[in-house]
Design a protein around this ligand. Structure first.
Ligand code: AP5
Ligand code: ZN
Length: 218
């Protein structure tokens, strides 16, 4: 499978991307994770510093940087096992660029999955999210708690709330989604690629729902 996962912040794209990749043996590519990995670098390039500032405010990072990061990782797009793009593309410019890059590689997206959930549940997912400072594992205070509060099950490091999970920043991220990313749903529907999935229920249920929908679609 060659997939892109879309959906508002906190709908569960990262959680689904990991589970889907484990099931289908695909390569997971998340620009959010790539940017967060640069947060602890001492002297980031000026482009990366600007990106991290934008991310801290909840705004989108520039298309130029996102596109160049994707090009650097074109190995992932060539991967024989396929790939899952997590939170990419987020703008029309990114969608067109990815289309061009994939065309050069002689492949195409099989499907674009849009996860959908009522705002109230989204706010609950973001408010309860806890992330490992070391291995980036993602938990939820009530829906998916670690065995020992505040400690990562995988590596024992500390769990923290993400900087951009504050109410005002969440509002800006939601607005960026509505203004820049939601128009992509029509773009991909027009190409016969869009699959809409309701993101309620346990993560394992949602993976099954997604795989069923993909089988029916392809
Ligand atoms: P990114 O990291 O992609 O953030 P996001 O899109 O806001 O999405 P999140 O990571 O917040 O949520 P998610 O949908 O992955 O949910 P998760 O699985 O964690 O991007 C961050 C920033 O980077 C952006 O704001 C932007 O600045 C920049 N950026 C990144 N890509 C960019 C691009 N292409 N262009 C421009 N800028 C870009 O789940 C959330 C919580 O819910 C967790 O606690 C989880 O455990 C829990 N949960 C998940 N599923 C369930 C379930 N089924 N039931 C109960 N709880 C659940
Ligand atoms: Zn960890």
């Amino acid at each position: 499978y060659r997939l892109a996962l879309l959906g508002p912040p906190g709908v569960g794209k990262g959680t689904q991307a990991k589970l889907l990749c484990a099931r289908i043996g695909a390569c997971h590519l998340s620009t959010g994770d790539l940017f967060r990995a640069n947060q602890c670098i001492q002297d980031p390039s000026s482009a990366m510093a600007a990106a991290l500032d934008a991310m801290g405010r909840g705004e989108l990072v520039s298309d130029e940087l996102v596109i160049s990061m994707l090009r650097e990782r074109s190995n992932c797009l060539r991967c024989g096992g396929g790939f899952v793009l997590d939170g990419i593309p987020r703008t029309l410019a990114q969608a067109e660029s990815i289309e061009g890059t994939l065309r050069e590689l002689g492949v195409d997206l099989n499907a674009v999955v849009s996860y959908e959930l009522p705002l109230k549940e989204i706010v609950d997912r973001l408010g309860g999210r806890r992330t490992c400072v070391s291995c980036n594992a993602v938990y939820h205070a009530t829906a998916n708690p670690p065995e020992f509060e505040g400690t990562c099950d995988h590596c024992g490091a500390e769990l923290v709330q993400r900087d951009d999970d504050q109410p005002e920043t969440i509002r800006v991220r939601m607005q960026a989604y509505t203004e820049a990313t939601q128009p992509l749903l029509q773009f991909y529907a027009g190409r016969g690629r869009l699959i809409r999935i309701e993101a309620h229920g346990r993560p394992e249920k949602i993976v099954e729902r997604t795989l069923d929908a993909l089988q029916n679609h392809l």
